[in-house]
Design a protein around this ligand. Structure first.
Ligand code: ADE
Ligand code: ZN
Length: 319
């Protein structure tokens, strides 16, 4: 029995397995520049975040209809459930779809086809987090929030992703303020490739409740001390960090040191189709590479629920 856990850092577009990509391409008359699923899989070799993002955005071309988004999310939820995931907070990138003429409604209602039945069908509760692409403008992010207004009953929070370097969190101050006024939760990727200052900025300027990745906090002892003291959750993604070369090898991953420093760490899969594993695979990998004992693994699983919006929303409701 895999350890029950929550997944808090998962891009639904990053769960597109090569086989499903080809199935959707055939269904939608899209031609992929790869001979077959195996040939595509061999392209899943990356130098850094940008080289991954180039392929990630390219393959989105196969996602066109509500049914496509529903099938994508349902396949993820089935895999996640099999690895012990009981709750999933799922990112999606509407700007990447709207730029291709696929509307916000198609994306959200499509995902909802799977998320709406997830508790009954997979035993997994869910939340949706709408991410803004930080390499697009602040105006575009604001327009995206406006486009999401009819769907806010389906969206629990906002996030910030895509190319980090040169796109500091502060660029998105206004849209985060607007989202807060709408009662949305706020998270942001920070300190994946970007410097520790971006983590501080995400906290102080955007008011985020969790930091996605946050890996590079380890370069700033005062920041580590603050994150630990304020119990700010970090959604780490160990296999992603290896594949995108944020760390040289899993054995070099600072997760154990981060736990020792008192940080509220969680382990997640990021883009599991691209990085070689789902949530349980990430747990297994750090157990093996870092020699984490049962107590540490249970701590990570406990942290994942404590850091989820589920607990937070229930606490808020109880008050
Ligand atoms: N979009 C999908 N995966 C991402 C990651 N690991 N970092 C930033 N943006 C992303
Ligand atoms: Zn991510």
């Amino acid at each position: 029995m895999p350890l029950p856990k929550a997944e808090l850092h998962l891009h639904i577009e990053g769960t597109l397995e090569p086989e499903l990509a080809f199935e959707l391409a055939a269904r939608n008359g899209v031609t992929l520049p790869y001979a077959d699923a195996d040939a595509l899989r061999t392209a899943y070799r990356f130098e850094d975040l940008q080289s991954f993002l180039d392929l990630y955005y390219e393959l989105m071309a196969v996602l066109r209809t509500e049914r496509d988004f529903g099938d994508l999310a349902d396949a993820y939820l089935a895999r996640a459930a099999a690895q012990g995931v009981r709750h999933a907070e799922i990112f999606f990138d509407p700007q990447a779809h709207m730029a291709r003429g696929v509307g916000m409604g198609t994306v959200v209602e499509g995902l909802w086809r799977a998320l709406g039945g997830s508790q009954d069908n997979h035993g997994v509760s869910t939340r949706l987090i709408m991410c803004f692409l930080r390499d697009e403008s602040a105006e575009s992010a604001m327009e995206t929030l406006e486009a999401a207004r009819p769907y806010l009953d389906r969206i629990a929070g906002i996030g910030l992703d895509s190319a980090e370097t040169g796109n500091p969190p502060g660029k998105f101050r206004e849209v985060y303020e607007a989202a807060a006024a709408l009662g949305l939760h706020r998270v942001a990727h920070a300190g994946e490739e970007g410097p520790p200052e971006y983590i501080t900025e995400a906290l102080d300027v955007l008011g985020v409740e969790r930091v996605d990745h946050g890996l590079r906090c380890m370069e700033d002892p005062a920041l580590v001390e603050r994150l630990a003291r304020e119990r700010i959750p970090l959604t780490l993604c160990p296999l992603s960090n290896v594949r995108l070369r944020a760390v040289d090898a899993l054995a070099d991953h600072p997760l154990a040191a981060m736990l020792d420093a008192g940080l509220l760490c969680t382990v997640n899969s990021d883009d599991p189709a691209y990085f070689g594993g789902y949530a349980g695979d990430n747990f297994d990998a750090v157990r093996a590479a870092l020699g984490l004992g049962e107590e540490r693994l249970r701590e990570l699983a406990r942290n994942s629920f404590a850091a989820s919006f589920l607990e937070h929303d229930e606490e808020r409701r109880a008050r």
